[in-house]
Write a protein that binds this ligand. Structure first.
Ligand code: UDX
Ligand code: ADP
Length: 463
């Protein structure tokens, strides 16, 4: 089957960039991205292409090229489903906040709603592709719903997890390490797999397109994220030991990373990993392992999260201890709120938890982040339900100017590794702060010698 019409349900961090690249690379395929969120769709359609709702380097150029040609954004979900031969499901699958599996399992309600909608609307055969990260065996759920509620049309379910990392989404999509497609081993399943392989083959070399059975594909996504997160927790565990012993975690990371069996990536010690995937996927893995009675497997992976929570708490705690055991009414400036550089995404960002901890200690927090809006920061804090909306508003002030953010501050905490922070006028910042002026570098970002020469009391993770 030759695909000429694709629909993607969910215009978020995964669906938006992925579809933009498919449209750019496959000008003969019509790509319709739909979402229930009208505001989000309006931004994707904004005449000023820099207003698209997701900040990713290079993305607005891709959208500018393809939008209106073969890339469209709309809220008309039913119509897009009806017209498409292949439907990607890219809706959010947050960790459940209620009921069975609360705090651990993935909430599949949005996925299920999509499946029911597809089943209700479809009048011709469809290939349905899970793009969101999902617990193993979700494809089975999808299949069940589609087969039992559809009106006789045939569905093929594929798993095609997305491995892009935020901040480098465009590059990752253009030159993926691999594209993974899982499907049934029946003749119909193989045909569906081939149809999707042909879409990617427009720009991805064949030897990078991997096909597997559905379960392997689903589990590979969780496994990849668990392994990556485990590396970060492993180096973060060493960072605490380094601080006690006088070793330097950067030197250790460099030394071990040169072993080709270990490799140098994902060995950067930090205030803790964030993002929508790592924690959610590991919790999910833990939940699945427990549900099969594999308690040792579950405990093993859970430790990655325990270490990460410890790292965030430890960072906040160091700030309090160093500032003479009290931060009450002291102004602490956060450089960065996003969970990593080059994104406006704040989901599970370490900054949220560090802020929460410091607000409990009655600190006054000033935030400067080049991409995150104040409303998002307040939303993130309110979501924790630790204190009232008013208290969060009073406790946290956002600035568009980094220099204003630092005036009269007792300390600066670097939470996100934005490149722009390195080239600020640090002397000017120092001059405007209370003395002694502290920097707590949660990202090992700044030049230690330079900061100390200016006069800062500088502390970095793992040193
Ligand atoms: C991750 C996976 O990398 C990607 O393949 C998957 O599709 C989605 O989840 P993402 O969450 O966008 O991507 O970002 P990633 O670059 O993996 O970083 C995750 C977190 O780990 C960030 O908070 C980052 O700052 C932190 N991190 C990463 C470290 O603290 N140290 C490192 O060495 C690497
Ligand atoms: P991700 O990082 O997985 O892309 P996001 O939260 O950024 O997650 O995006 C998911 C999008 O899916 C949201 O914009 C949400 O409005 C949309 N969505 C969720 N459920 C549905 C649905 N049933 N139909 C259409 N869009 C949906």
């Amino acid at each position: 089957m030759k695909i000429t019409n694709i629909c993607c349900i969910g215009a978020g961090y995964v669906g938006g960039p992925t579809m933009a690249i498919i449209a750019q690379k496959c000008p003969n395929i019509k790509v319709m991205v739909v979402d229930l969120n009208q505001e989000r769709i309006a931004l994707w359609n904004d005449a000023d292409v820099t207003k698209i709702p997701i900040y990713e380097p290079g993305l607005s150029d891709v959208v500018a090229e393809a939008r209106g040609r073969n890339l469209f954004f709309s809220t008309e979900v039913d119509r897009a489903i009806e017209d498409a031969q292949l439907i990607f499901i890219s809706v959010n699958t947050p960790t459940k906040t209620y009921g069975l599996g609360k705090g651990m399992a993935a909430d599949l309600k949005y996925i299920e709603l999509c499946a029911r909608q597809i089943a209700r609307v479809a009048t011709s055969d469809k290939i349905v592709v899970e793009k969101s990260t999902l617990p193993v065996r979700t494809a089975e759920v999808l299949k069940n719903i589609l087969e039992h509620t559809g009106s006789g049309v045939k569905f093929q379910i594929l798993s095609n997890p997305e491995f892009l990392a935020e901040g480098t989404a465009v590059q990752d999509l253009l030159q993926p390490d691999r594209v993974l497609i899982g499907g049934d081993t029946t003749p119909e399943g193989e045909k569906a797999i081939q149809a999707l392989v042909d879409v990617y083959a427009n720009w991805v070399p064949n030897d990078r397109i991997l096909t597997t059975n559905v379960w392997s594909s689903e589990l590979s996504k969780l496994t990849a994220n668990a392994f990556l997160a485990q590396r970060v927790s492993s180096i973060n565990a060493m960072s605490e030991l380094c601080e006690k012993t006088g070793a330097d975690v950067n030197e250790v990371a460099r030394a071990i990373g040169m072993d080709s069996r270990i490799g140098s990536k994902f060995l950067k010690s930090s205030v803790g990993f964030g993002g929508s995937c790592f924690q959610k996927d590991i919790l999910n893995l833990v939940y699945i392992a427990k549900s099969y009675g594999l308690n040792e497997v579950a405990d093993y992976w859970e430790q990655v999260i325990i270490m990460n929570d410890h790292q965030k708490r430890r960072f906040a705690n160091t700030i309090v201890q160093t500032l003479y055991n009290t931060v009450s009414d002291k102004k602490i400036t956060f450089f960065g709120w996003a969970f990593k550089k080059d994104t406006n995404d704040t989901r599970e960002s370490a900054a949220i938890y560090v802020a929460d901890y410091l607000l409990n200690e009655q600190s006054k927090i000033a935030v400067y982040d080049p991409q995150v809006k104040e409303s998002q920061i307040q939303k993130d804090l309110n979501y924790l339900e630790t204190r009232s909306l008013e208290a969060n508003k009073k406790g946290v002030t956002c600035f568009e100017d980094p220099y204003l953010a630092c005036q009269e501050a007792h300390a600066i905490a670097v939470l996100t590794e934005w490149d722009a922070f390195k080239s600020l006028d640090w002397q000017r910042i120092y001059d405007s702060m209370k003395k002694p002026a502290f920097i707590f570098d949660g990202r090992n970002l700044l030049d230690e010698k330079k900061m100390r020469d200016i006069g800062f009391v500088y502390q970095a993770i793992g040193k």
